[in-house]
Write a protein that binds this ligand. Structure first.
Ligand code: HEC
Length: 190
């Protein structure tokens, strides 16, 4: 108790004693410069992990690779369906892989990865249309639908219903590309 009141009075006198007045400006300058110094640090922290900002070209490549992986699964499924004696378990596994890929896909459209305007070179090449960002919820819903059809295919109880789902899924690929993808010179694109 004794020590406490002693240190409190020492602090008060340090702040208000005319001899110690120089301490106050020092304290204020110190606090202001501390907040100026930490503000940009906090802003930087808030952006950590935003790969659209820091790694836009890699992000675009990631979503294109996802689409390529989808194409690979879809081609294998369609080829098997037009062949003799397709194995439903194998095809259901492939449909499930497509469900996983579709689930990740719509999260790879950071606003910083839109197609370049004019002659700007953003450092990546995308065939995604600006319309995606103008009507993002509809695009998102289209991807969710495709994910849902893939999941339904992976759980189809027999071959005829599996075929139906895959037909629906192919329509889903085509209608989304027609609406949201620039018609391309993509050699393996549908
Ligand atoms: C809801 C929209 C949507 C659906 C559904 C969709 N795609 Fe795509 N796809 C896109 C968009 C957008 C791009 C362009 C991505 C880019 O270039 O940034 C693309 C690109 C592609 C590409 C080219 C990838 C590359 O390397 O540039 C292939 C191949 C492809 N899709 C196949 C498919 C297949 C197969 C399906 C169906 C099983 C499918 N897509 C379903 C929107 C969709």
């Amino acid at each position: 108790m004794q020590t406490k009141s002693f240190s409190l009075s020492a602090l008060l006198s340090a702040l208000f004693n005319p001899a110690e007045r120089f301490l106050r400006p020092c304290l204020i300058v110190g606090m202001v410069s501390l907040s100026l110094w930490s503000a940009p640090l906090q802003a930087q922290d808030a952006k950590t992990g935003l790969t659209g900002e820091a790694h836009a070209a890699d992000l675009v490549q990631a979503r294109q690779m996802l689409m390529d992986a989808l194409e690979e699964q879809m081609m294998a499924v369609e080829a098997a369906l037009s062949g003799k004696d397709p194995k439903i378990v194998d095809l259901q596994n492939r449909a499930y892989q497509m469900n996983i890929l579709f689930s990740a896909f719509p999260h790879l459209f950071a606003p910083q990865t839109q197609p370049a305007k004019g002659n700007d070179d953003p450092g990546y090449q995308t065939n995604a249309m600006p319309k995606i960002w103008q009507d993002f919820e509809r695009f998102y819903e289209d991807v969710q639908n495709a994910a849902g059809i893939s999941l339904a295919a992976s759980q189809a109880k027999d071959m005829p219903s599996f075929r139906d789902q895959i037909k629906k899924l192919r329509n889903g690929c085509d209608s989304c590309h027609a609406e949201f993808m620039t018609p391309v010179s993509d050699p393996h694109g549908p």
